[in-house]
Design a protein around this ligand. Structure first.
Ligand SMILES: *[C@@H]1O[C@H](CO)[C@@H](O)[C@H](O)[C@H]1NC(C)=O
Ligand SMILES: *[C@@H]1O[C@H](CO)[C@@H](O)[C@H](O)[C@H]1NC(C)=O
Length: 313
């Protein structure tokens, strides 16, 4: 009897956690183009990995014929079954002929969020190889977190310009605030305060202190480690330029498949959002081990592994 009671209790706790927490993941698919899309076995593995996320943030879709994102979307919905994902796809971004698309896959039935709008940042000053893809989401039934809306800036920063491009993200944030005053009205931080606190070109004496009621996330492949962003520069980002953001994925984990560097990151501005993250859920997904692959087999899928966190609205 005790055994049954404790099993029921255990199941209730496990299912309770399972139902209420929403999983958000990010994955750089390393040149997911016509070649990878033509391989149904590979595409199905990618779909299975993404299916673990209720809201997925995807980088490096490279098909010039524009078919690959739809192939992946179809495969994902085959795996997902009765709760389909919607595809939120960016235009092709990139200065040269090598262009990429970003994706948000949203399984609305389980993510509890719906898209408000998404756009590629209009990079007038030409700061980015690929301008960020900026999506704003609405929490359908806001819970105890108090988060009603939030914005994800999906990035794939250029490796040899990663530090400069990350600094330029403050310009993209400035632009977002200017274009969306509605999120900054009627909050403890006014529109003008938000603009003032988002310091572009921060220095030791003039650091940003963005404190708004509208959470802003920067998520994706920052190339923010090893030879691309040195530890000294990472320290400057932590203590000066992004001192007002929480680094939800930091150097404790490695995000490339070879397990040598933390290229992929989640930066979050907004205490309400950060406080709603399930402790210890912020980590990487070791699909190579989970799927019993060799390193070479895993590298065929991607040279990155996904990063993720769980949140309770
Ligand atoms: C398709 O992908 C699988 C899994 O990565 C791989 O084993 C296989 O060799 C690929 N097939 C082709 C034709 O490239
Ligand atoms: C997850 O978040 C906690 C709390 O902020 C932090 O201490 C930890 O290092 C993070 N884990 C990773 C993998 O970044």
């Amino acid at each position: 009897m005790m055994q049954i009671v404790s099993n029921v209790l255990f199941l209730t706790i496990v299912l309770g956690t399972y139902v209420s927490a929403v999983r958000i993941g990010s994955f750089n698919l390393h040149q997911y183009g016509s070649k990878k899309a033509a391989n149904a076995t590979l595409t199905n593995v990618v779909a299975k990995i993404i299916n673990d996320f209720d809201l997925a943030i995807i980088q490096e879709i490279t098909d010039a014929s524009l078919r690959a994102p739809h192939v992946l979307h179809d495969a994902l919905n085959q795996v997902s079954g009765k709760n389909p994902y919607t595809l939120i796809l960016s235009g092709r971004a990139g200065r040269s002929n090598t262009k990429e698309q970003y994706i948000f896959f949203n399984r609305e039935a389980t993510s509890g969020v719906e898209l408000v709008n998404a756009y590629l940042y209009e990079d007038v000053p030409d700061n980015f190889e690929r301008p960020p893809f900026i999506g704003t989401f609405k929490v359908k039934k806001p819970g105890k977190s108090g988060v009603k809306f939030f914005t994800i800036m999906n990035v794939h920063l250029r490796p040899d310009a990663a530090y400069a491009e990350l600094l330029s993200m403050r310009v993209a944030i400035e632009d977002f605030i200017t274009k969306h005053p509605q999120y900054f009205d009627e909050t403890s931080t006014s529109f003008n305060d938000a603009l003032e606190q988002n310091v572009v070109d921060a220095t030791v004496d003039n650091k940003p202190s963005l404190k708004t009621n509208h959470p802003i996330l920067i998520v994706g492949d920052f190339n923010a480690d090893c030879s691309y962003i040195s530890l000294r520069r990472q320290l400057m980002l932590r203590t000066i330029s992004y001192v007002d953001f929480t680094w939800v994925i930091n150097n404790q984990v490695k995000t490339n498949t070879r397990q040598t560097c933390t290229y992929d990151r989640v930066f979050i501005n907004g205490d309400k959002f950060v406080n709603a993250i399930v402790p210890n859920s912020n980590t990487t997904v070791h699909f190579q081990e989970q799927l019993g692959m060799t390193l070479d087999e895993a590298l065929d899928i991607s040279d990155h592994i996904p990063i993720k966190f769980d949140i309770e609205w």
